[in-house]
Design a protein around this ligand. Structure first.
Ligand code: GLN
Length: 547
């Protein structure tokens, strides 16, 4: 069978759900019996997403092979139920780096190496390679950025070249936005018309338009888009805002989108099975009992706005685990607790608290205080990476009474470095080698019997994804254990502490992981530790109600 490619490009503005559209198209094609893989192209110079601040670019999603990528890769994995690798991700920087290295190695045989065609050719070769590696029937490629920017023009050129070579195997989907200005009250198609024209000027005609908006499109708007953007009316798909992103594939199928796409690329469906997904959506819609979860972080303020994108995998993992309750998630800024410790009391209003991954000093004392509050007041606590390290620091300070216990990430000269840099990381930092050098990707850990972790996972050996430079300092492990802390997961050689917890007899749920469990949770297979945490939160809610 000839390999098929679907390019997803965005019009009008960013943040309209291109990633969810790409994932959902993948899902519905997969449900018709085809092998699907997905690729993300990010049009910036950074070689990967690892060196960017999450408030700039959202969450850094870590693949099993350790590649630090865009959050959309997480959506692809969650929707498609597959594990992707570095082959599925590229940035402008990475593409240029490869071409320049190849030129230095004389691999272009003395020719003049130029932006066009050599850059698009490298892009095409990466796309084809990813498709081959996944043995995919259909490969979906999301081109980041918005039509009309300089940044993604070479990627559009690569897509155009692929279409020119294989006209029947390549399809273009334009995801656009139709605003409804308050004062006007009417849905406007003009920005999308411009986007389609701009795409035309790059030599590309969209085959399908996904029309994102607050509400569904009416026939009038569909007719207009069809006429002015040169597509059939039935190829304009309405994509109104939804409560849960997992509704999107189901909504697409109401418009028979997979049938339209398959016809256009000349594939005959083998079966249709979106049952699990439909069941999932019905279940999510039926949830009523609220459980309040507070997430304490710092990467969510952008100007006057709140951006929860920085923690998207954490939010989704909480939602996946909430089988029977409806999670209400609040953002808590830890700096508030530093300035005004009396505010800590507000934590008591929550059924569970999460401290997700993080870096640097801002807000850390507030986080330590908050974790202490959860420990003493028996509020279910789940710490992810930095959140685990902070739990260890808090325990050392307040239970072991090592008042200056700290991480050397923040206080280099602390006399009690309970969290310390991993030996192999010292050189990286000294040489300023920050990109792609953390302890990254999937590593095994062994669990100790009789612990919360072992009970939740129901097995002895686990594999989880990492992204950190610091670890629990081995010198303090025995002291911490002696004082009641349980290290229920360790690296197979017993050197690295992977999970810290407190026994159920002293706290209903107090657990931190050195890894990031959120990267392996998906809607159809919730992560066991998130399930245990949400259960503990639901129980706390019941307990408080009874009082
Ligand atoms: N800053 C910590 C470290 O590097 C934790 C990192 C994280 O939370 N991902 O070890």
């Amino acid at each position: 069978m000839r390999k098929k490619y679907i390019f997803v490009v965005g019009g009008v503005m960013s943040g309209v759900g291109k990633g969810i559209t790409t994932s959902s198209i993948g899902k519905i094609i997969q449900s018709r019996g085809f092998r699907v893989t997905a690729l993300k192209i990010d049009p910036y110079i950074n070689v990967d997403a690892g060196t960017m601040n999450p408030t700039e670019h959202g969450e850094v999603f870590v693949l099993k092979d350790g590649n630090e990528t865009d959050q959309d890769m997480g959506n692809y994995e969650r929707f498609l139920g597959v594990e992707l690798t570095r082959t599925n991700y590229m940035t402008t920087g990475l593409v240029y780096q490869t071409v320049i290295e190849r030129e230095r190695n004389l691999a272009y045989g003395g020719t003049c190496v130029e932006v066009v065609p050599h850059i698009p050719l490298e892009v095409i070769s990466r796309i084809e390679n990813a498709s081959k590696k996944a043995a995919a029937d259909v490969t979906i490629v999301e081109i980041g950025g918005t039509i009309g920017e300089y940044q993604n023009i070479l990627f559009l050129e690569a897509a155009r070249m692929m279409k020119a070579k294989h006209p029947h195997d390549v399809l273009f989907v334009l995801v656009s936005y139709l605003p409804i200005p308050n004062k006007v009250g009417e849905m406007k198609t003009k920005p999308t018309q411009y986007a389609a024209r701009t795409l035309n000027s790059a030599g590309i005609q969209p085959d399908i338009i996904i029309a994102r908006s607050r509400v569904s499109l009416d026939t009038r708007r569909k007719e207009k888009l069809a006429l002015f953007c040169n597509v059939n009316e039935e190829d304009v798909i309405s994509a109104p805002d939804v409560d849960s992103i997992y509704e999107v594939p189901v909504n697409f199928e109401k418009d028979r989108l997979s049938t339209t796409i398959l016809k256009k690329i000349g594939l005959f469906p083998r079966r249709t099975n979106l049952d699990d997904w439909q069941k999932l959506v019905r279940r999510i819609k039926g949830l009523t009992v609220p459980v309040r979860i507070g997430v304490i972080g710092k990467y969510f303020e952008t100007g006057d706005f709140i951006l929860s994108d920085s923690y998207i995998s954490v939010i989704e993992a909480i939602k996946h685990a909430a089988y029977r309750v409806k999670p209400i998630i609040d953002w808590l800024n830890s700096e508030v607790y530093e300035k005004n410790p009396s505010k800590l009391k507000e934590l008591g209003l929550y059924d569970g608290i999460v401290v997700p991954g993080g870096f640097g000093a801002r807000g850390i004392e507030g986080k330590i205080a908050a974790v202490g509050y959860c420990r003493k007041n028996k509020i279910p606590y789940f710490g992810l990476c930095y959140g685990m390290q902070i739990a260890v620091i808090e325990y050392a300070r307040n239970v072991l009474r090592l008042r200056d216990a700290h991480t050397t990430e923040i206080k280099k000269d602390t006399s009690n470095p309970v969290i310390d840099i991993m030996p192999e990381q010292i050189k990286n930092i000294a040489q300023k080698k920050f990109g792609g050098t953390m302890r990254l990707g999937s590593y095994p850990a062994l669990l100790s019997q009789g612990t919360i972790a072992a009970h939740a996972y129901g097995k002895k050996e686990i594999f989880e994804r990492h992204r950190h430079r610091y670890e629990v300092n081995p010198i303090y492990i025995e002291h911490l254990k002696h004082a009641g802390a349980v290290f229920s997961g360790t690296s197979p050689d017993g050197i690295l502490m992977e999970i810290m917890e407190l026994p159920r007899s002293v706290h209903p749920f107090f657990l931190g992981t050195q890894f990031h469990p959120e990267f392996q949770s998906s809607p159809l297979t919730a992560h066991p530790l998130f399930v245990a945490f949400v259960q503990a939160a639901a129980q706390k809610k019941k307990r408080t109600r009874r009082k």
